[in-house]
Design a protein around this ligand. Sequence first.
Ligand SMILES: Nc1ncnc2c1ncn2[C@@H]1O[C@H](COP(=O)(O)OP(=O)(O)OP(=O)(O)O)[C@@H](O)[C@H]1O
Length: 354
Amino acid sequence: MLTKGDIPMSEKIYGIDMGTNSIKIYQKAAGVILHQKNMIAMVKKKEPLALGDEAYSMYEKAPKNIEVKQPIVNGVIADFTAMQTMIQLYFKGMHGKKFAEGLAAGGNAEFYIAVPSDITEVEKRAFFDLIASSSLKTKKIRIVEKPIADALGAGLDVMDATGRLIVNIGADTTEISLISLGGIVQSRLLKIGGTKFDEAIQQTVKKKHNLVIGMKSAERLKMQLASGIKEEEEITYDVMGRNLITGLPNRVTVTNHLIFEAMSESLSSIIDAIKFILEKTPPELSMDIMHDGICMTGASTHIKNLDLLIQQETGLSIMKMEEPELTVVKGLGMIMENPDYERLAHNLQDSDFH
Ligand SMILES: Nc1ncnc2c1ncn2[C@@H]1O[C@H](COP(=O)(O)OP(=O)(O)OP(=O)(O)O)[C@@H](O)[C@H]1O
């Protein structure tokens, strides 16, 4: 019999999407139980001080003895120890604080981990090892290709013999994938996403206004002013920073046209990569894509008119999601909840997983 606080065995099954910008966790029968910034703040390089959104609030503001780390870079694990520490703390709690109701992998839990498709074997293995070598007691660890989980979570039928094109624009990466019969026909991972847009905005504001701004301010400008196509009407937003010449704090008014200029090179690269995949798509699958269009996921697809840009450049219809940042983790949830999808989750040894 279960005592209060116990979680039935069948529900200790978790899906984890470790993104560059945010980490999302799904628990069987409970849904998405955690969605936080993927950051950890450490004191003197070894003692964890804060996790997730709390760590992000310290980013660009911390004194020298506090380091705020982002363990995933360009979609892959860049700091294994920091990422493993985070996962362990999320599940076991920290400073007596639990991060999400139901996060209690006390023993023999099962994990479904989403990994990008277009990365090396070693990089994929690191996602598996992260859980396998952690202090969490695990019964089973399964790897799922991110584009497959993404498409499922977006409501696409990935099992049938129909070509689906899915474009996930995240923080450090854009993953463009062609899917059919539960597998990946082609996939391309670009090192372009929301963070690249923010960096370009930071540089352009510096050049145009002699103002040094932080990444958080650049992101705010993007969220207020970015558009996939150039808008006729001028919209402005004020930003604070440090004047490059006087060294003093200063405020300037930035226009949507400047933000468009800053982002245009990165947007062109994304369009070029989508066209490249379309050109390499076998003709029968091309017909499916002509019919169904392109599915857009990832939080950067919140950018205004980005769908219009891709539609104009490719001539294809675009499907946008209401919660594009959660499609991958919801897809992991569908795989663990529905035995029909079991073959989409792999052991590292599976010959069909490469
Ligand atoms: N409303 C918005 N408008 C524009 N950009 C947004 C908006 N909301 C979030 N973003 C951007 O989306 C990005 C995060 O996307 P997402 O959470 O899908 O990434 P991730 O999965 O963590 O990263 P990756 O897929 O690169 O590993 C950030 O760069 C953020 O600035």
